[in-house]
Structure formats: structure tokens, C-alpha cells
Design a protein around this ligand. Sequence first.
Ligand code: GLN
Length: 465
Amino acid sequence: MSEVKKNGEPLEDSQATVHKKEKHPPGLYLLFFTEMWERFSYYGMRGILTLYLTTAFISGGLGFDASSAAMIYGCFTGFVYFTPLIGGYLSDNYLGQRKAILIGGVTMAIGQFTLFSSQSRTALYIGLLLLILGNGFFKPNISNLVGQLYTKNDPRKDSAFTIFYMGINIGSFFAPLICGTLAENWMAVKEGGQVISYGYRYGFLAAAIGMIIGQLLFNALAQKYLGDIGKYPATKDKTGHVVENKPLTKKEKQRVTVIFILTAFCVFFWAAFEQAGTSLTIYTKDFINRNVGGFEIPVSWFQSLNPFFVVTLGPVFAALWVKLSKREKGDLTVPQKMGMALVLVAVGFLCMVGAVLQRGGAEDMTVKASVIWLIFTYFFHTVAELSLSPVGLSMVSKLSPPKLTSLLMGVWLSASFIANLVGGVIASKLDSFGHMQIFGGIAAVTFLLGLILLTVNKKLVKMME
Ligand code: GLN
């Protein structure tokens, strides 16, 4: 039934559309669950990878020393964000997003099974390589499909990507808990309560199963909820004829330049943010008082704080973007949101500076800083992440010329490629440079970059129009 005003007249067309448009299409939730399972798989295996690498062979691991393990971990987490450039290009020109997602998902499932199949270094390298390749096909294309559910400048886009981002984080919240518990408890061989041999392989099996569930779900329901979206490459029609081969206009080139500029700023955001898995974890282990009422919180549990905050704060942000977009002057601009994110990540690191000051430079390892500092750090980092990461996905989908959308999604993700490598180097200097210098230095650099971004906001917005 059509909507009517109180006096019985039908609503004006535009009003009715705006009203109806507040709801998100069901396809968003299909992509939400598909990505949730894929991220479950990714973060589940990533959560036990370092332990698997460094545990002795006889105890179910591969017996690498700590520095080789850090190197393998750093390269793996970096290169998974390099291959989206390749997967994005192939999808735009030859495959279309749906096929790329299938190829990527199946490749990653085989990768996880390879890790499960044998406790050997050969299986490790082949498995990681398959995961790196598969992610390249999967990640830029699933994100791109979210954008394609909406018209180019639909105001619901930022909110849609925020909801999608919550899916990512529900997966990454539960994954380390489930895969970790399988590896360290349920599938571990114990004697008198002591672990003799860990069951890491079963953690990888759980990751493989998660990936398969996501793929089954996606392929069974895509036709129903996505229709023809993402079936053909952006540059070709159903019959394979090229439809998009015009050179980019001046305006399009400007928009692509903005994507590159903002991606470059975000490298610094991710390099700071990714310290969660490295320097922040090392600091937590040694210098944060994890004792709460006689219970010692395991270091790895702090990894769940970020996804926990994303899932709890996500709805607030999704609603906030919609609300702001209804103001007369509209939503905050993308550079404003990202500039704020850089400032907030700096505030997070200032909390770590607070922790260092509280310890007062004590050599004594028994002098600990309060856990509150760390909780606030993760809180600010998550607020920052929510105003940068989903917003970035949304921005790429709005600014990209259609024939380059998946490739440019790959460009956006490649910020994390450089950031993981750079972030690893920064973290490795923690001891030689000192905690204050590293945490304070990161805060200063990101704060400054945030201010620069806020200053050039108008110029960038002009280029984006
Ligand atoms: N947590 C995000 C994800 O897993 C991070 C993406 C990124 O590093 N660019 O999708």
C-alpha cells in the first residue's frame, strides 16, 4: 500500500523514497554473514599462528625461533593485503565479483585444510600462500558488492558499511576464542592437567569449516538476494562484450587521486592501529597489571576488546552517520572523519604514554601500570577505526569509476599491506628506542597527520565532488 499523508494525499515521491530507503536491502545481511564467516576463518587461524610457529614440534608446533616467527607472521599479515590489487584487477576485467569471491573462498578453504593436513613447514608455506592468494580474490570483491547494493551516492552507504563491519568483527571476536580453545584445550593432549601436545591443527580445521559455511551460504543465496549484482566484470556485458572502455574524465581522475591521497594517510593509521598485535601485546604482557580480583587476565584476551567495542559501538556509528547526513549541512566529510580518526588513534597512544608515566621508568618488572590505560587505548582506537575503516570502503565505492571499483578497493586495502610491514619494524624497535619514545612518537605523528587532513579537507572535498 502506498504511503499517505494525514490528509489522505500520497506522500511526495521523494519523501516516500527517503522514508522507504532507511531500511537496508536484505542482500546486505547476506554479505554480512558471508564476511563474518570468512573473517572468523582468517582471524581464527591468525590468532593461533604465532603460537603454532613457536611451539616445539613435539608439542604440536613447528619449532621456529621467535624472530623467524615474527617475520613469517608479519609477511603473512602484510601480503594478504597486497593480493587484493591483483584480485581486484581480475574481477573488474575478467571475472566479476561473484566468481572472484567463489575462487577466493575455495582457495582459502584449501589453504586452511593444507595447514590442518600436516604438521610440517611445507604444508605451512603452501597453506599460507593459498590464503594470501585467496584473500586477494575475496576481500576487495565482497566489500565492493556491499557498495553495489546502493546507488552511487546513497546516504545509507556509510551506515551499510558500518553494519557490514560489525559482521567482520563478530567473526573476529569469536574466532580466536573458538580456534584457541580447540588448540589449547579440547584437542590438546594433556597429562595431569599439563598440556603435552597442542591441537593447533584442529584450530585450522575449524577455520576451514568456517570458510566453507560462508561459501555455502553465499552461493546458495546470492541469486535470491543479490540478483545479477556482481555477476559480470564491470567492464563487460553478459555476452562478454566490452562496455566500459572510455578513458577517465578529468573529474574521475581527480576522484581517483583523492582515493590515493587518503589511502596514503591511512597507512599511518593502520601502522599505529596494528601495534595491537605487536608492541601493545608485548607491553601488556610485561608491564600491565592484569590481575583483577586475584584472577590474571590472559594476554590474548585483550585481542577481543577491539572487536567487542566495534560490535557494541557499531550501531551507534551506523545511526550517527545517517543522522548527520540529514542535517542541513550534511554528514561530516570523508577527510574530516579520517582526520578525526588519526587524532583519536593519537589519543589512544597518549593513554599508553600515561601507562609509561605511571610506571615512572621503573626497571623493576613487578611495577605495573593500570589496565585502565590499555582499555582506554583500545576504546579510542576502535572509535577511530569506526570513523575510518568502513568509511574508507564506502568512499571507494562512491568515488571509483565503475571499471576500476574492485582494483581501487585493492588500493585501499593495500594501505594495510604497507602498514603491517612498517608497523612490524616500529614494534621491533620497542626495546631499543624505549616505550615512551615509541608510543609518544606514534601519537605525535598520527596527531599531526590528522590535523593536516582536517586542514586540507575543503580542497579534497572539492576534488571529490
Ligand atoms: N578489521 C578489518 C578487516 O579485517 C581491517 C581491514 C584492514 O586492515 N584494512 O576487514
